[in-house]
Design a protein around this ligand. Structure first.
Ligand SMILES: Cc1ncc(COP(=O)(O)O)c(C=O)c1O
Length: 333
């Protein structure tokens, strides 16, 4: 391992538990373990904390007082970042796609409670978010404040290191549990978690197959994005790492009505799974990934008796933000 790697801040509660799910395993005929990254810690919980341990470490080392980032109004990333900035006594400035309409719910409410500066933007502005964030950075510089830009979902080479290192945690944990992992399934929203896991799987020579279930865009888009992240990892931290995004397994077909949107069937299955085993997923990321897992079993990509780790990347606050979408009939089984 190369010593160019930044030392992460210790912000997440690690290792997160890895639990066997007996009832869904029996129903599907495979062995399902859930990696509880929804429990990385309090209000910051979810997959973003592992990434932000690296991004914020570099920001701190560079002496930055302000962190600039972006997301939708129910962004899990923005909420985790707002909480960590408050914890680290840094200012947080978020460009949020959308408006005030869901400001009293879920992540949006938490972001406001945590005191982040919010600028609402429209879809066409979101496409130019990097320019907007760079302009904000210049304005802070004029006020003699040093700022640091973290891209959507902290999905650059730096943030992805969090999930590269999570591979070691999963490998050690499965060894201690006497489990041999055949597959890992994870949601893909901006690509950083999957890219980091793929980098770690290669770097630490794990034999499992990694399946990324896309919840927006598509596999071709994420292969391009992942290749950029790999170049970033290689050029800054691990020059020896040979990664080809064409070797990654992205699975399309589960975004349903589109990013951030759910239908009655998905919500009903979310409710059924929660009642079956107490695992509460969210309608934007993790429930769509779970549907992907079930389909991989149906297609026998994950074969009977094999062991699969489902990474629960969080989203509970986002679920609460989507509360009004849950109708009476979704809750009736
Ligand atoms: C709950 C949750 N799960 C999964 C993801 C996807 O992770 P990534 O953006 O690294 O692809 C995100 C963020 O986008 C998320 O908030």
């Amino acid at each position: 391992m190369n010593s160019n790697l930044p030392t992460p801040l210790r912000l997440a509660q690690l290792p997160t538990p890895m639990e066997y799910l007996p009832l869904p395993s029996a129903r599907l005929g495979v062995r399902i373990l859930v990696k509880r990254d929804d429990l990385t810690g309090g209000i910051t919980s979810g997959n973003k904390v592992r990434k932000l341990e690296y991004s914020l470490s570099v920001a701190k080392t560079e002496g930055c007082q302000v962190i600039i980032s972006c997301g939708a109004t129910q962004t899990n990333h923005g909420r985790a970042l707002a909480a960590l900035c408050a914890q680290l006594n840094m200012k947080c400035h978020l460009f949020l796609l959308g408006d005030e309409s869901d400001k009293d719910r879920g992540n949006h409410l938490l972001i406001r409670i945590l005191g982040a500066r919010i600028e609402y933007i429209k879809l066409d502005e979101y496409a130019n978010r990097h320019e907007l964030m760079t302009r904000a950075q210049e304005e802070y510089a004029q006020e003699k404040q040093k700022s640091f830009i973290i891209p959507t979902g902290a999905s650059d080479g730096l943030g992805s290191l969090g999930y590269m290192m999570a591979v070691l945690e999963i490998a050690e944990q499965s060894q201690a549990m006497g489990e041999k992992i055949d597959h890992i399934v994870v949601a893909v929203g901006s690509g950083g978690t999957m890219a980091g896991l793929f980098a770690g799987t290669t770097e630490f020579q794990q034999k499992w197959r990694l399946h990324g279930i896309t919840v927006c865009d598509n596999a071709d888009y994420f292969r391009l994005e992942s290749q950029k992240i790999f170049e970033d990892i290689r050029s800054h931290f691990l020059p020896h790492l040979e990664l080809d995004a064409n070797d990654m397994e992205f699975v399309d077909g589960f975004k349903g009505r589109g990013y951030g949107r759910s239908d009655g069937a998905l919500r009903k299955r979310l409710v059924a799974l929660a009642r079956e085993c107490g695992l509460v997923l969210d309608p934007v990321y993790t429930m769509k990934a779970w549907r992907g897992l079930e389909a991989l079993v149906e297609r026998q990509v994950i074969r009977p008796g094999e062991t699969v780790v489902f990474i629960h990347t969080g989203g509970t606050n986002g679920l609460l933000g989507h509360g009004p979408h849950f109708r009476m009939e979704d809750l009736e089984t």
